[in-house]
Design a protein. Structure first.
Lengths: 398, 435
């Protein structure tokens, strides 16, 4: 694994995920004489290209990796988000938070805990319950010079703010002819939780992805949560940061020193040769769980957390597909109109010649998430399904 | 000034405005000029414009100046104290209203000559509100409007050339031709838009006001004292964002004035058919702010209320809701046949033309002479003509402009298969890349 891979991948305690040296099943990939691609998601060269042409917010290779870091500290994901937010607020006095219960309550998922005491009630503003208006207020404040972080208590509530997010966050920079920028971060917990009912279990990334002018990222580990939070705040674009209700208590060791991740880059979680698995947010962990089984059975999946839901990192994704010739998308969005649907289209458009078969996609069912546990489990993708699908793909059965 | 005095002023301003007896011969959507010579006060005239194009269609554009007044009314209107406005102020107000009227009339002409397209919403009749409020602002203050935004832009100082170019969809428009009639923006003149959906500008305005409070109290920059005005109509006052923002602005005492341009119609929906409690000014009190009603056809009354409300906001005493009773002489947009409004209602407001009324005021109080006002009208004529010529001569946006303003940071287009950011692809600067 190249140094770049070590730098970006959070240390995962479970070493079983590294490929065993023996007993690998050979997949029936056609001898395409395809381009030889480096295993690492990013080459030194492309990194240089990007850094020299544009001042990147951060480049993967530059983020401290844990072998060179001092000692790092263990942290839960919600706290990593809070740390990132706190650092940015301390660094830039124009950064402020707007949302329901973000101040005195500390945030319904404790992402803003302690910030109101430290920065004051105006910088961590408790709003009345009026998503469309306070999101619009955040946009107006951003247009006139502040850097606002708007929290949706649950991402689903931001459906009420769709007017502002689409027309004003996404499109206003364009309709104003570039006069006003909207450096806003819109964030909150979404995804399917544990029996939270249909309305609290939505995947807003499906709905917002078509809005031109928005960037969307999804965090999945404490490491990338903090890095993406900081990057999103520093970006001059409106960025939606998707967190997941069930990931807030994930624990990980992250660097002590400051780091900012790149908003547009995907994360190579596990290099492999047999199949490319593209995933994000909570499904990353289901994929990793499935990977344990797959590795035991001798498969060698390459797992990429796409992180950037819009735009897609076509370089990382493409390099992987050129190597494995098989791609499986594992997502929590519904089958219809989700991130997976868009990603499949992008893969077909860009990498058709490198595919052995159709790009596969495991998505949630087009069903309002039921309350009952058995039914809820049936609507989302489970690790066992991932194992079955990968086996089928590698055996040429699909 | 305490809230109660604003409220008592509201009662006072419910009294009829100055009656001028002016009449307008406005046959619906055609050019506004009246050619009545019933009084010596003013006559409409044709102005021959020579343009470089040479075609006869370009000549003989009618002047957009206001119609003549009729014979003066018999009873003299209540004398207003001279201190209400100085000569300079009076001329400035007059010029601004004439600019608004003239510009909008030219828009109608240009629309019917296929120079501008889409939905165009004209402001004729409402000039007293824009002039009365915006001319009471400082340069650093913000305004936020709706789709009926041309005149707000002009009052705030956006050059007529830039507005006309934007309407023509040219690259020299204030939004590079990308916004259009309903999306006028100007960073320099602090015009925050231009919004097509009613109500969606109110939170943006509220955010700008929040910024002022934040700058003063968090960033400790007391030099920032910008007040924000949010303009919107009667239809918007039944929309959730209106109420949500009144609540937040009052809660945090934001330096904002919510200006309702109640012209009684939301396209074809009569205000009284849509609103359970039609007195919009009363709703201010429900949110703990003064609610004021003012005669929106009287620029001096509007200005008086505006100055108080703006001063109140600037002092840090919080928001005010001002309902301006006004009327639009044209349809909702140039596509609106305007069949529902009855002639009686139209005539009732036609005789209250704010421009004619103010003209009469200036003349009667010796603040200006006929010659002064004619000179202003001529000047405005020329400005608007120049704006049209400039817009006509301006280039259309090139293909290369297509992708430039989608993102403030073009890295948002992402990383391409070759590892480079897509915005580094030359097809991006050509505007031919697929995004």
């Amino acid at each position: 694994m190249a140094a770049a891979g070590a730098a970006l991948a959070p240390i995962i305690e479970n070493r079983l995920l590294l490929p065993p040296n023996a007993g690998r099943i050979r997949c029936s990939s056609s001898a395409r004489g395809a381009l030889v691609v480096r295993g690492a998601a990013l080459s030194e060269e492309s990194r240089k290209n990007r850094s020299s042409a544009l001042k990147a917010v951060a480049v993967k290779g530059e983020a401290p990796n844990l072998t060179t870091a001092k000692s790092g500290h263990e942290i839960l994901l919600f706290d990593a988000l809070r740390e990132g937010l706190e650092e940015e607020m301390a660094r830039d006095p124009t950064v402020c938070v707007i949302g329901e219960d973000v101040g005195h309550y500390g945030g319904s998922y404790k992402v803003t805990k302690g910030l109101a005491e430290k920065f004051g009630d105006l910088r961590v503003l408790d709003t009345p319950i009026c998503e469309n208006s306070f999101t619009g207020m955040g946009i107006g404040a951003a247009m006139t010079g502040l850097r606002t972080v708007v929290e949706g208590m649950n991402m689903g509530f931001l459906l009420l703010a769709y007017n502002q997010i689409s027309n004003n966050a996404g499109m206003l920079h364009y309709t104003s002819g570039g006069q006003f920028k909207i450096p806003i971060v819109i964030r909150g917990p979404g995804g399917v939780g544990k029996q939270l009912g249909a309305e609290h279990s939505q995947r807003l990334e499906s709905y917002f992805q078509s809005v031109p002018g928005l960037q969307m990222v999804a965090c999945s580990t404490p490491y990338n949560a903090k890095g993406l939070m900081k990057a999103a705040i520093r970006s001059d674009n409106p960025v939606i940061l998707y967190e997941h209700v069930l990931l807030y208590n994930l624990k990980e060791r992250i660097p002590d020193e400051e780091y900012v991740l790149c908003l547009e880059e995907a994360e190579l979680v596990r290099p492999g040769k047999d199949v490319t698995i593209l995933t994000y947010s909570r499904m990353r962990h289901f994929v990793l769980q499935a990977a344990k089984t797959l590795v035991e059975r001798g498969y060698d999946p390459e797992i990429i957390d796409i992180r950037s839901l819009k735009p897609f990192d076509l370089f990382t994704i493409g390099n992987s597909i050129k190597k494995t010739h098989k791609v499986l998308i594992v997502e929590e969005c519904m089958r219809t109109g989700g991130i997976g649907a868009s990603l499949r289209a992008a893969i077909v458009d860009n990498f058709w010649d490198f595919l052995d078969g159709r790009p596969e996609c495991l998505s949630s069912q087009d069903v309002p998430t039921p309350y009952a546990a058995t039914l809820e489990d049936a609507t989302v993708v489970q690790p066992a399904q991932i194992v079955v699908k990968v086996e089928q793909m590698c055996q040429g059965l699909v | 000034m305490a809230a109660s005095s604003l409220a008592s002023r509201a009662v006072a301003s419910l009294s009829p405005s100055i009656s001028t007896g002016a009449s307008r011969d406005d046959a619906g959507s055609s050019s506004v000029v009246g050619f009545h010579k019933r009084s010596s006060a003013f006559t409409g005239r044709r102005v021959r414009i020579s343009s470089g194009h040479g075609s006869s269609a370009a000549h003989g554009r009618r002047s957009c100046v206001v119609a003549a007044t009729a014979a003066p009314v018999k009873e003299s209107p209540p004398k207003i104290a001279d201190a209400l406005v100085t000569r300079e102020e009076g001329l400035e107000l007059y010029e601004d209203m004439i600019l608004g009227r003239c510009f909008e009339d030219m828009c109608a002409q240009m629309y019917y000559r296929s120079k501008m397209f889409g939905f165009v919403h004209l402001y004729n009749g409402q000039e007293a509100v824009s002039t009365g409020f915006v001319k009471a602002l400082k340069k650093d203050d913000y305004i936020c409007s709706t789709y009926r935004d041309h005149v707000h832009a002009l009052s705030k100082g956006v050059p007529a050339r830039q507005v006309m170019s934007e309407l023509f969809g040219k690259a020299t428009g204030c939004c590079r031709g990308q916004g259009g009639s309903m999306h006028m923006f100007s960073k320099e003149h602090r015009l925050l838009g231009g919004f097509a959906f009613i109500g969606e500008g109110i939170p943006v305005a509220t955010g700008a006001a929040f910024n002022t409070k934040y700058s003063r109290e968090v960033l400790k920059d007391l030099s920032v004292d910008a007040v924000t005005l949010a303009f919107f109509g009667d239809g918007t006052c039944n929309n959730g964002q209106f109420f949500e923002c009144l609540n937040m602005a009052a809660l945090w005492k934001l330096p904002i004035v919510y200006v309702v341009e109640n012209n009684l119609w939301a396209i074809g929906m009569d205000h009284f058919r849509a609103t359970s409690v039609p007195e919009i000014w009363k709703k201010g009190e429900a949110f703990g702010m003064p609610g004021v009603h003012v005669d929106g056809m009287d620029v001096l009354k509007v200005r008086e209320v505006a100055k108080e409300a703006i001063a109140r906001a600037r002092r840090g005493d919080g928001p005010t809701l001002v309902e301006c009773e006004t009327y639009r002489y044209r349809g909702h947009s140039l596509a609106d046949p305007d069949e529902l409004r009855k002639p009686e209602q139209k005539n009732k407001y036609a005789v209250r033309d704010p421009i004619a009324a103010f003209k009469k005021y200036l003349l009667e109080n010796g603040l200006a002479s006929e010659a002064d006002l004619k000179a202003i009208e001529k000047k405005i004529d020329e400005i608007v003509e120049d704006a049209v010529e400039f817009a006509d001569a301006s280039p259309l946006p090139p293909r290369s402009q297509l992708l430039e303003n989608v993102f403030a940071d073009p890295r948002g287009f992402g990383i391409g298969p070759d590892g480079k950011y897509r915005c580094e692809d030359p097809a991006f600067t050509a505007g031919t890349a697929e995004v």
